[in-house]
Design a protein around this ligand. Structure first.
Ligand SMILES: [Zn+2]
Length: 161
């Protein structure tokens, strides 16, 4: 392994997200309380740990008070636009109107893309509380068998930048 690769591995827990963009996400989530709000995190292919922009999505879940589902059309458009611009959808965000910034067991079960970033914004009575940035790790990646019960969320640090 080259030293560059070692550095890259270390940097995987440091996610750059400009304060202004972070606040925009938090405001969007706060405005949707008591419902869950959601969207996607986009980065340039060259620097996947730096969030360049965010796409706000409609939550089309049957019960948006307790779950979220990103509008499928937004997902399709978002992936297509990103490809055309040399970008990648590196993560998603959603809010927890119960005020807890930890990902839920449901989130873990749905985190099918290894390495995907999950930003969780805790919301309480129209204000955003804690933000938690996580990366889902599939320890069995590369293995052909899927063991969702072994997945875990690795806590990441949000850096202003
Ligand atoms: Zn959740």
């Amino acid at each position: 392994m080259t030293s560059d690769k070692a550095l890259g591995a270390e940097d995987e827990t440091h996610i750059a997200l400009a304060n202004a963009l972070h606040e925009e996400i938090r405001d969007f989530c706060a405005l949707h309380w008591p419902q869950e709000a959601c969207g996607l995190l986009i980065a340039s292919i060259d620097s996947p740990n730096r969030i360049e922009r965010v796409v706000f999505a409609k939550n089309v879940a049957k019960d948006p008070l307790v779950s979220f589902e990103i509008d499928p059309q937004t997902l399709i458009d978002c992936h297509r636009n990103a490809r055309q611009k040399g970008e990648r959808v590196v993560g998603c965000f959603h809010s927890h109107p119960n005020g807890k910034a930890l990902p839920s067991p449901t989130d873990r079960a749905r985190a099918d893309e290894n390495g995907f970033l999950w930003l969780v914004i805790a919301t309480e009575h129209n204000r955003a509380a804690e933000s938690g940035m996580y990366r889902i790790i599939h320890p069995d990646a590369g293995d052909n068998t899927d063991h969702p019960e072994l997945r875990y969320f690795r806590r990441c640090q949000i850096l202003d930048g």
